[in-house]
Design a protein around this ligand. Structure first.
Ligand code: FES
Length: 105
C-alpha cells in the first residue's frame, strides 16, 4: 500500500498507508486528522481541505482545474504548493506523498 505523510495544524506529522482511489482529503480525514473539515464533502466548494504539497510531488499531481483555482484564489494562505485535497485522487504513483494542512481561514 502506498504511504503518505501528513503534517497537521499543530505540527504533528503522521505517516500512514493510504487508500488508492480515494481522494487525499478522504485519506487525511479518515486517518485521524479531525482539523481537516471537508465541509462540502469533496465538491470543491468550501476550501476547508486546503493543503500544501511538497514541491517534489507537484509534477505527479493532476493539473488544477478552473474550479479548484477559483476556490484557492479566495484563500489568503494560498502558495504555489496549494491544492484542495478533495480534488486529488491518491494513487500508487503518489507513494511517499508529503502534505501539510494549510492554516484555517
Ligand atoms: S472538501 Fe470542500 S473544497 Fe475540498
Amino acid at each position: 500500500m502506498p504511504k503518505l505523510t501528513v503534517v497537521g495544524r499543530t505540527g504533528t506529522a503522521k505517516e500512514f498507508e493510504g487508500s488508492p482511489g480515494a481522494s487525499i482529503m478522504e485519506n487525511i480525514r479518515d486517518n485521524g486528522f479531525e482539523d481537516l473539515v471537508g465541509v462540502c464533502g469533496g465538491n470543491c466548494s468550501c476550501g476547508t481541505c486546503h493543503i500544501y504539497v511538497g514541491e517534489q510531488f507537484g509534477d505527479r499531481l493532476p493539473p488544477i482545474s478552473d474550479d479548484e483555482d477559483c476556490m484557492l484564489a479566495s484563500s489568503e494562505y494560498r502558495t504555489p504548493e496549494s491544492r484542495l485535497a478533495c480534488q486529488v485522487e491518491f494513487s500508487a504513483k503518489l507513494d511517499g506523498l508529503y502534505v501539510r494542512l494549510a492554516p484555517e481561514e
